[in-house]
Write a protein of this length. Structure first.
Lengths: 514, 304, 400
């Protein structure tokens, strides 16, 4: 039951960045005490809009009316002081500090500049009790779980007396059970009179918990509708501008011999086993999707296979050849392609040009260099062709890679990695942060590679993605494969149970149940 | 060997390292690497002696701290405001300080490499303890700055852990974006960290020229600014650790000065602090825990 | 729907320009003019600040600069002197620059060139009876090896132990000063010196090097192009060697596979590693190369002028090299020009010291100032260029 007076009104908000209009005359109202969802695909402008509302950027045009009065926040501090708080998608927490220190930072309870630690702990505990958010105020943030970290973010805004709480893609890092807990928290907040704005692109969740939904597309508001009056399909259509079902073409399943075999892999990080007796197999012509909450060893598995991390026990075998602990160069020499999860850090050398990035790793091959000399004609024509084939939109192959958009950067990585017709592909979070078009492109390319007979290991935190293109699915938890399923056997419920450790593999003889 | 005199000598030699290292902590905890500490110390050395010559030791010390802070300001503007590479900026400061000091020395005293003798601060003697014979060298006729240096340690620890300023400073060095979203003024904190490190480096320099040798001589810092950085790293970016590291260097120095044998040429004795620094860094860098965002220039809203 | 998508993609493919295959000229040809602006602006700004210092000591800046220019360019011996002074700076700038490209800060050039000079000197006087054609290259090689040797410890420590090379190289600089003092004064001191007339004391120096170890001067070459160098000038073939080395390094960085690795590791060791490059190997090779070039820095003075190594061997080339590399933004041609600039400042500084009674230290201040202003300007310009390029790419993307 929504109030008639909107607590927050956005009127004609416009924000431009070099070359793109992130928000274009965005206008909608948020009623007091409601749960209002803002949906749109990646790049629709949701994050930018929220950064404006919370004072990180000023809008180029338009105004914000909060509790009946126009406001112009020039800093996040002002927005918080007024009563608008945000829980970011990427947590803004200082790992080395305790929960309490993170909560009080910037609004410390102090006398003459001196903080009393007991007071801060007490105040945070009281908040926890009042809103039913369980977390230990004296624990260090780097030691607590992702779900608990999210609660700390919520506590931060509550501590400052926020009345409007914005959550930016809160369920991206949560498993199904934790999502339930979050929704309970949101209901509790609503019960305490708070207004919640919830940004997401996950339509099912939005429909479950929101009262009102605003759809953004390419920076503009497509519409604002009560949740009860709209369907998932209609929302998707509003989001993308056309009825969208990923229409991916996949060939018949025809798995060949085992290409990648991982047996009993163990690796440690300062005393803690991040990979714990992990075993799996990927065959030619199949996609093995690895599902799991981030932080359970996926990154480390990818690094171990690619030779970027030392393995203390176990083996990695490629086509029968033991490649354990070989250097990355040597692994790649065996026709291995790698799409790293962090494309800015591991995928591309951003300041270098497009062509330099395309030949990176194969720059010493006879095709591109001879007698210590680079063969530019060959390099440039090869690059042009790769760019064409993978639909990378750019002005010039001589431009630095950092000038490309996220989607084009990912396509560039694909162009480089798939150029040599790899026999094994390790794709880690390949569609993260990409818009619908690029996402579809990447998934189709993975399927095409599979149809051509490549073995694909797909690591993704997006369960929907794993379910949609994998032939077989494995669940990783605590560095170990807990369960494996065929494409048709997998259901989100069961997967979620294994992903959170509610169910685990029976450890007899050390291999995962299959 | 382990006499009180030896200890007193070790402490006297450790003090400049300790003060500068503690200063470095303020800067690095705010996320700014300060390679220019050597230059700031040089500035403090000279300015301290020059002003002390005309206006007495107290004025000299204040002037030295100001000089160090001024050079730190240049470093802060270049690396915080303009986001220039912090190492490059620091190296430039060293070169600049060297030149400015030489120039000033020539202009004021007509000598490029030394200044005349200056008075030091009145020496302190702790009455009760001075009566104890084996404590005597440690507590009688010592420079008050030594006590100040050791007080700086718990003071800094208290500031870092118990004050609003300390919490915000550390947050800026660990996760500046998080701090910004909570209303902390990231640039201001970094400026503060760098300026404090400059002032303390200046103080350290003043100690060298006013208290230790009672005159300025070119090159008297002899790389202490860098040794202090190593001490800070060795001390895991914490004041108490920096103190122990500083004492270690002081002790090694004191020891090497007393070892006078025909067998080892004096040049090799003088190499000890430098080699020791390298050994220490090589052996202990692994377990260190630097501030997460140290050395990374911060741009407002860059993580968009 | 599927049809709509395919159609769009084909259309796009036709639209994408068939870019003609051509040699890349360097990443930012369009902004080349801006690239020049920074050093020019920086030098002007530094001169302005130095003017303030001059005014403070009662000199007229314009008169001082006028004298500086006239002294430096008006006389042939000045021009020769500038070239001579620039020679070690070319090597020093190149040594620092090659490290910078891999994000390695070789602050140790100062110590490396002294060790290199020592090794060269030793081979020069200890090895006798070799013809010049063999001896001279050996001496040069010894210099390079000495420098590389002194660079070995810091890079090993960095790669194996994570020790930041700035601190370790500076510590080794101080160590090198002391070691050299010991070697020159206590071990290899030339006791065969004859004191003339009973006055004075022997020079603290190593024995004289063999004549076969000395670098020929450029007078012969200059005659060929009709220039008569003053007889007291020590301008020698190291200058030519330096220019060739600069060209060679440019080729290495931009035209070879190793150059790709070097730059990739400098920009992003993580991405380079994930692509199959071994960053540690690149760091090693680069730093040793830097050390080897550093070892050559002192040779122009040693085998082109003095013929022996003494306790007062010129210092400071290492730090000036840093300034040169920064002003030139690690670019080979720029390094040659920047070396000439600093050579000019040094020569001009001498001139104004003698003629206008202005202390030499202004030159050092200028150095520090120039570094600072240069990097600030670079940063500002770089951000501007990046924003412009992003706009261009975004509009290319949006057209589709």
């Amino acid at each position: 039951m929504t109030n008639t007076t909107p607590v927050l009104q956005l009127q004609g908000i416009t924000k431009r960045f070099p070359g793109v209009v992130a928000n274009d005359r965005v206008t909608f109202d948020v009623g007091a005490g409601e749960i209002h969802a803002v949906v749109g695909e990646n790049g629709a402008g949701k994050s930018t809009l929220m950064k404006i509302v919370t004072g990180l950027y000023p809008p180029d045009e338009g105004r914000i009316v909060f509790k009946g009065r126009p406001v112009a926040f020039r800093s996040p501090g002002q927005a918080i002081a007024a009563g608008i708080g945000i829980v970011h998608q990427h947590f803004m927490l200082v790992d080395a500090f305790t929960v309490a220190e993170n909560v009080i930072l910037g609004a410390e309870p102090a006398r003459l500049g001196v903080i009393d630690p007991k007071t801060s702990v007490r105040q945070v505990s009281e908040l926890c009790d009042r809103f039913g958010l369980k977390v230990d105020p004296s624990a260090r943030v780097e030691d607590i779980s992702v779900g608990e970290q999210q609660r700390v973010e919520i506590l931060k805004v509550l501590y400052r007396g926020a009345e409007v709480i914005i959550l930016d893609e809160p369920t991206a890092v949560l498993v199904p059970q934790e999502v339930e807990e979050l929704f309970e928290h949101l209901m509790a907040l609503k019960g305490q009179g708070k207004t919640v704005i919830f940004i997401s692109h996950k339509l099912d969740e939005v429909l479950r918990v929101a009262d009102v939904i605003t759809v953004l597309r390419q920076g503009r508001v497509v519409g604002t509708v009560p949740a009860a009056e709209v369907t998932r399909e209609r929302l998707a259509e509003m989001m993308v501008g056309r009825p969208v079902l990923f229409d991916l073409k996949r060939g018949p399943a025809a798995p060949g011999g085992v290409v990648l075999s991982v047996e009993g892999l163990t690796s440690v990080n300062g005393g803690r086993a991040v990979l714990d007796d992990l075993s799996l197999e990927v065959r030619a012509g199949e996609i093995y999707g690895l599902a799991g909450v981030e932080g359970n060893g996926q990154t480390e598995l990818a690094e171990a296979v690619m030779g970027l991390r030392a393995v203390t026990a176990g083996r990695v075998t490629l086509l029968g050849e033991d490649v354990t602990n070989l250097s990355t160069g040597e692994v790649r020499r065996r026709r291995v392609a790698y799409i790293p999860e962090d494309r800015h850090r591991r995928g591309l050398v951003l300041p270098m040009t497009v062509w330099e990035n395309v030949i990176l790793g194969v720059h010493r091959s006879p095709e591109f260099s001879r007698g210590g000399r680079l063969l530019f004609r060959s390099i440039l024509s090869s690059t042009e062709e790769a760019v064409r084939r993978f639909d990378v939109r750019l002005a010039s192959v001589l431009a630095p890679a950092q000038t490309l958009s996220g989607g084009n950067q990912q396509k560039l990585i694909l162009a480089r990695e798939f150029r040599g017709d790899p026999g094994f592909i390790l794709a880690s979070q390949p569609t993260r942060g990409l818009d619908i078009g690029a996402t579809e492109f990447v998934r189709q390319e993975l399927l095409n590679a599979r149809d051509r007979g490549a073995a694909v290991l797909l690591i993704s935190a997006d369960l929907e993605e794993v379910l949609s293109i994998s032939d077989r699915i494995g669940v990783i938890y605590n560095g170990h494969i807990q369960a494996e399923f065929g494409r048709d056997e997998a259901d989100p419920r069961t997967l979620g149970a294994y992903m959170t450790g509610a169910r685990t593999a029976r450890r007899e003889g050390g291999s995962a149940a299959s | 060997m382990l006499s009180a005199e030896m200890l007193a000598s070790a402490i006297r030699l450790a003090v400049p390292v300790i003060i500068t290292a503690v200063g470095a902590i303020y800067s690095e905890r705010s996320g700014v690497i300060n390679i220019g500490l050597e230059g700031m110390m040089i500035a403090g050395c000279f300015t301290g002696a020059a002003v002390a010559f005309y206006a007495g030791p107290y004025a000299g010390i204040l002037a030295a701290m100001t000089a160090g802070a001024l050079f730190a300001l240049i470093h802060a503007v270049a690396s915080v405001h303009f986001r220039v590479d912090q190492i490059v900026s620091g190296v430039a400061i060293n070169i600049l300080a060297y030149g400015v000091v030489r120039f000033s020395s020539l202009s004021i005293f007509k000598m490029a490499t030394t200044t005349p003798h200056v008075d030091c601060l009145p020496k302190v003697t702790i009455p009760g303890l001075a009566a104890v014979p084996w404590l005597e060298p440690l507590v009688s006729k010592v420079s008050p700055l030594i006590f100040l240096a050791f007080l700086l340690i718990p003071f800094t620890a208290w500031v870092m852990n118990r004050t609003v300023f300390g919490l915000r400073l550390r947050s800026v060095g660990e996760h500046p974006l998080a701090a910004e979203t909570l209303g902390v003024n990231v640039y201001l904190m970094k400026y503060c960290g760098v300026l404090i490190s400059g002032a303390l480096a200046g103080l350290s320099g003043a100690y060298l020229s006013i208290e230790h040798t009672q005159m300025y001589v070119e090159g008297m810092t002899q790389g202490l600014g860098f040794i202090a950085l190593a001490a800070m790293i060795f001390g895991n970016w914490m004041p108490l650790g920096a103190m122990w590291a500083g004492l270690l260097f002081g002790f090694a120095q004191a020891l090497s000065l007393r070892v006078v044998t025909e067998a080892i040429p004096y040049q090799f004795i003088k190499m000890v602090p430098y080699i020791l620094t390298i050994v220490v860094l090589a052996g202990f860098v692994r377990r260190s825990r630097a501030p997460a965002a140290v050395g990374v220039p911060y741009e407002r809203g860059e993580a968009a | 729907m599927t049809e709509t998508r395919t159609e769009t993609r084909e259309e796009t493919q036709k639209e994408t320009r068939q870019t003609p295959v051509r040699r890349p000229r360097g990443p930012r040809r369009k902004y080349a003019l801006l690239d020049l602006a920074a050093p020019v602006l920086a030098v002007l700004f530094a001169m302005a600040v130095a003017s303030v210092a001059l005014l403070v000591i009662g000199k007229n800046p314009l008169a001082v600069y006028g004298t500086m220019f006239a002294f430096s360019f008006g006389r042939l011996d000045s021009v020769a002197a500038i070239l001579y002074k620039a020679t070690p700076l070319i090597f020093s700038g190149l040594a620092v620059a090659v490290g910078f490209r891999a994000k390695l800060f070789n602050i140790g050039v100062e110590g490396q060139y002294l060790i290199g000079a020592f090794c060269a000197s030793w081979v020069g006087f200890a090895v006798k009876g070799l013809p010049a054609a063999v001896h001279l290259p050996l001496v040069v090689l010894a210099g390079a090896l000495g420098g590389a040797l002194w660079a070995l410890v810091p890079i090993w420590l960095k790669v194996k132990r994570g020790v930041h090379e700035v601190i370790s190289t500076i510590m080794l600089n101080h160590t090198a000063f002391l070691l050299l003092h010991y070697l020159i004064a206590d071990v290899f001191m030339d006791k065969t010196q004859v004191i003339v007339g009973g006055a004075g004391s022997p020079r603290v120096r190593m024995p004289l090097m063999e004549p076969t170890a000395l670098m020929p001067k450029l007078h012969g070459l200059a005659d060929l192009i009709g220039v008569e160098l003053p007889s007291h000038s020590s301008l020698n073939w190291m200058l030519v060697f330096g220019i060739l080395l600069a060209a060679g390094l440019w080729y290495l960085v931009w035209r070879t596979p190793f150059g790709v690795e070097l730059r990739a590791v400098g920009h992003s060791p993580d991405a380079a590693e994930a692509a199959g490059i071994n960053p540690s190997a690149v760091y090693f090779k680069t730093f040793l190369m830097s050390g080897a070039i550093a070892g050559l820095v002192g040779l122009s003075d040693l085998i082109g002028h003095f013929g022996y190594l003494d306790i007062d061997f010129p210092r400071g080339y290492g730090f000036t090299g840093i300034a040169v590399a920064l002003v030139a933004r690690n670019n080979s041609l720029g390094i040659i020009l920047a070396a000439l600039l600093f050579g000019f400042l040094s020569r001009g500084g001498l001139g104004i010291q003698v003629l206008e009674k202005v202390p030499m230290e202004t030159y050092v201040i200028l150095q520090g100032l120039i570094i600072l202003t240069i990097v600030v300007f670079w940063e500002v310009i770089r951000r501007y260029v990046r924003a412009r390029q992003k706009r261009e790419e975004a509009s290319a993307d949006a057209q589709c």
